[in-house]
Design a binder for this molecule. Structure first.
Ligand code: C5P
Length: 233
């Protein structure tokens, strides 16, 4: 049985590896997964990813891959060799995703499809020439495509989690960012959800950054979130 704390993926969004390492040391063994995104990767974060893997932690590399199939395949192969647990790929077409599945091979790397970036609205989609879908309809369509291609799961807003769960079934992972504990400052996120609500909408894991990493006491923040999950706040 997976515990509430194991469902927490902490976004290590820091400018320097030193700060990210300090935070991971404080939270080691208290959360499920550490997420390393592009900002940190371009500042030496891959070394930290390997360090965390070697220390027994689960790592999520949020690289949001999108390129020609051959490049995506080779990049995924390289990421799989690092021993990380999760990698994101844009879920925009089957060619990209089948290339990632090929690159992952028989490694334990789990592939997660990024459905629709939550900062895009219907006008942004029109600008891209996508006229026939609202962001949430498009997210559902792309989640289905990711599942069909053999991805283990998808990244999506908590607001689409329930519809996507109905579409892709119980055995795929749904991972939701935009999480704010009850009563917390929402910062620059607009469509936020509490941890307990996102889990009850069908999420398996919650990506949480600032509510934990910018807290005066990050360990206490994790404990408080886990307690809220337990009581369904
Ligand atoms: O600090 P906060 O909890 O808002 O961090 C959210 C994390 O989730 C960041 O790493 C951000 O890049 C990521 N994310 C997001 N919304 C998406 C996709 C990813 O906030 N749609």
């Amino acid at each position: 049985m997976i515990t509430p704390k194991e469902r927490i993926i902490v976004a290590l969004d820091f400018r320097s590896v030193r700060e990210a390492r300090d935070m991971s040391n404080r939270l080691k063994g208290r959360v499920g997964v550490f997420k390393i995104g592009m900002e940190l990767v371009y500042s030496g974060g891959l070394e930290l990813a390997v360090e965390l893997v070697e220390g027994g932690d689960q790592v999520f590399l949020d690289l949001k891959l999108l390129d020609i199939g051959h490049t995506v395949m080779q990049a995924t192969k390289a990421v799989a060799r690092l021993g990380v647990s999760f990698l994101t790929v844009h879920a925009v077409d089957e060619k990209t995703m089948t290339a990632a599945v090929e690159g992952r091979g028989d490694s334990a790397l789990k592939l997660l499809g990024v459905t629709v970036m939550t900062n895009l609205d219907i006008d942004d989609l029109k600008q891209q020439g996508i006229a026939e879908h609202s962001p949430s309809q498009l997210a559902i369509k792309r989640a289905q495509m990711a599942a069909n291609c053999g991805f283990e799961g998808v990244i999506t807003s908590g607001h689409e989690a329930s519809a996507i769960r109905d579409t892709i079934g119980a055995d795929k992972l749904i991972i939701t960012p935009g999480i704010r504990p009850a009563g917390a400052d929402i910062g620059d996120q607009s469509r936020v959800m509490t941890p307990a609500r996102a889990l009850s909408a069908g999420a398996d894991y919650l990506v949480i950054g600032r509510p934990i990493t910018q807290a005066d006491d990050p360990v206490a923040a994790v404990e408080a979130i886990a307690a809220q999950i337990e009581v369904g706040a």
